[in-house]
Design a protein around this ligand. Structure first.
Ligand code: PMV
Length: 331
């Protein structure tokens, strides 16, 4: 049996803006997805928290080819359709890719995850799947390759072209500054950043939010300005994160949240948790991830107090450490 795990992530600065080559900063969180692979009897048995299915190798090859062609043609509506009809299409696509270079044998693959919407769950599952399969088939895949495979999975899962910040952060771990045209830079930091995550419990679709912001950006000057404005915020945040300047980081998170409001991705539930956190003494707070639901993150010295305030405001508080290790084999 082989087992691999990858963390989730939170975006500290720059969600949505990263799609347009603005710099973003993200960090790996101490909640993980685990993928276990063992020798199978026939085909590929895939078990995750939602489904228990058996996939035939021929079918997997055909689906992988079909999705590859659709990506090549940039036919995102058709990819979205496939993704809506089959929740596992993205995971199958990642497996299909890896099997191309493997000496095939049947296997059982089980996915478990502690992650929620906005925590990079899909990328974390793809990254751990890639490493577990690499080990099972002795492929020796590098982290770069694993991150690329997780990106491919996210192309299908998001039904478009993700920035790449999720797959990079969950694969490399730690703190990552990211620019689409340049890729990830893993930051060397000594200080841990004290955060509390607040989950609104409201679902949201990353693909839908990204395409909404794209539409607004094309037609609305103030949305374009908000996206461009994130560049300066992220640059200052990079300095503050390196110096461990929590007051400054909090102030910048609040500024980033102003930009996200202008992009119209915040919701009354997210706002409620953000306000509760700030009232409870957080240095700063903002939504994290695609918005429209999902999670927010607060930076706070007294994390218990902020967590209690989030709970009182109707959210689920999650106190977790950040900057943790990326994808790894579990022995
Ligand atoms: O909500 P998540 O975890 O899927 O994060 C999406 C981040 C975006 O910046 C909105 C999209 C992207 O591809 O970077």
């Amino acid at each position: 049996m082989t087992k691999a795990s990858a963390p989730g992530k939170i975006i500290l600065f720059g969600e949505h803006a990263v799609v347009y080559d603005v710099m973003g900063i993200a960090t790996a969180i101490n909640r993980r997805s685990i993928v276990e692979i063992s020798k199978g009897v026939e085909g590929i048995k895939l078990k995750d928290p939602w489904r228990d299915i058996t996939i035939k190798k021929d079918y997997l090859e055909a689906l992988t080819k079909k999705l590859e062609n659709l990506i090549e043609e940039k036919n995102f509506p058709e990819i979205q359709k496939i993704n809506a009809e089959d929740r596992n299409a993205c995971q199958k696509f990642v497996i299909g890719h890896i099997l191309k270079s493997a000496d095939y044998k049947p296997f059982d693959l089980t996915v478990k995850t502690e992650l929620r919407k906005g925590m990079g769950m899909s990328a974390s599952v793809f990254s751990s799947t890639a490493l577990a399969l690499s080990d099972f088939f002795s492929l020796g895949l590098s982290k770069k390759k694993i991150s690329e495979l997780a990106y491919k999975g996210d192309v299908v899962a998001h039904g478009g072209t993700p920035s790449g910040i999720d797959n990079s952060t969950v694969t490399y771990g730690g703190y990552v500054s990211f620019r689409k045209s340049k890729g990830p830079k893993v930051l060397k930091l000594n200080k841990k950043i004290p955060v509390v995550i607040g989950d609104t419990g409201k679902p949201s679709s990353t693909g839908a939010m990204v395409s909404m912001v794209r539409g607004l950006r094309e037609n609305n000057e103030s949305v374009r300005k908000a996206i461009e404005g994130v560049e300066e915020i992220s640059k200052s945040a990079l300095r503050a994160v390196k110096n461990g300047n929590l007051e400054k980081l909090g102030e910048l998170m609040n500024k980033n949240q102003d930009m996200l409001r202008a992009m119209r991705v915040s919701t009354p539930e997210l706002e409620k948790l953000i306000k509760a956190s700030l009232d409870a003494g957080a240095y700063g707070a903002k939504l994290s991830g695609a918005g429209g639901g999902g999670i927010m993150v607060a930076l706070a010295k007294n994390r218990k107090k902020v967590a209690a305030a989030i709970q009182k405001a109707g959210g689920e508080p999650i106190i977790t450490s950040v900057g943790v290790e990326g994808v790894k084999l579990v022995r």
